[in-house]
Design a protein around this ligand. Structure first.
Ligand code: GSF
Length: 205
């Protein structure tokens, strides 16, 4: 399997962590979607991550990829098979990915070179950043004093939240989520000790 992606994308990191936790072998093909259109040959949406299977079929987006990878073996199940527990884990993932979607929209509004200074909208950035802060609040409330996001086990929910927090460190360093939400800091510290997280830390911005 080939995984097309970048070392800084948090969605790609989520997939790489799942691969590592599941002990799956893959080749990482680096692609900067902002500098080239090469990704369009595999994913018409022009986004990474994109998984290219042995037969050449392309799989996207990250949620579909991780669901597929988790189904490949029962080793270290990251998504419960059914029911309420599954819904809970997927909702944590949606919350973490949603934080990222809002953060990306805000960042691109502020820095995408295709937009002139006059075209940038501060109210739009503020709207997206309010979603980021609301998602952080919801994560902290949902986690409470539990050891993991969903249930008592490490799951895709923890992975997604860890990637979202890592992205804030990379691109939104002034947001002091550790100070504001000590329970998220505790979770992040625990996750950082896992090889899958340590080995996929994004290079400094
Ligand atoms: C989001 C992927 C995405 O936005 C997923 O796979 O979960 N819902 C999708 N990827 C970004 C890269 S990033 O993490 O910076 C991307 O490829 N953006 C290119 C674009 O044109 O939006």
């Amino acid at each position: 399997m080939k995984l097309i992606g970048s070392l800084t994308s948090p969605y790609v990191r989520k997939v790489r962590i799942v691969m590592a936790e599941k002990r799956l072998d893959f080749q990482l093909v680096l692609d900067d979607v902002w500098a080239s259109d090469a990704i369009l040959a595999s994913n018409p949406l022009g986004k990474v991550p994109c998984l290219v299977m042995e037969g050449g079929e392309a799989v996207f987006d990250s949620r579909v990829i991780v669901e597929y990878l988790d189904s490949l073996s029962p080793v270290g199940r990251l998504i419960p098979p059914a029911g309420r527990e599954r819904m809970e884990v997927r909702t944590w993932e949606a919350l973490a990915d949603g934080l990222l979607d809002a953060a990306m929209l805000a960042r691109m509004e502020a820095i995408w070179p295709g937009r002139s200074a006059a075209q940038r909208s501060q109210p739009w950035i503020d709207r997206q950043m309010s979603r980021v802060h609301a998602a952080l609040r919801a994560m902290s409330q949902g986690l409470g004093d539990k050891p993991h996001c969903a249930g008592t086990h490490f799951s895709l929910g923890d992975i997604a939240v860890g990637c979202a927090l890592g992205y804030l460190d990379l691109r939104f360093a002034p947001i002091d989520w550790r100070d504001e939400y000590p329970n998220l800091r505790k979770l992040a510290d625990k996750l950082a000790a896992r090889a899958s997280f340590a080995d996929t830390l994004p290079p400094a911005a």
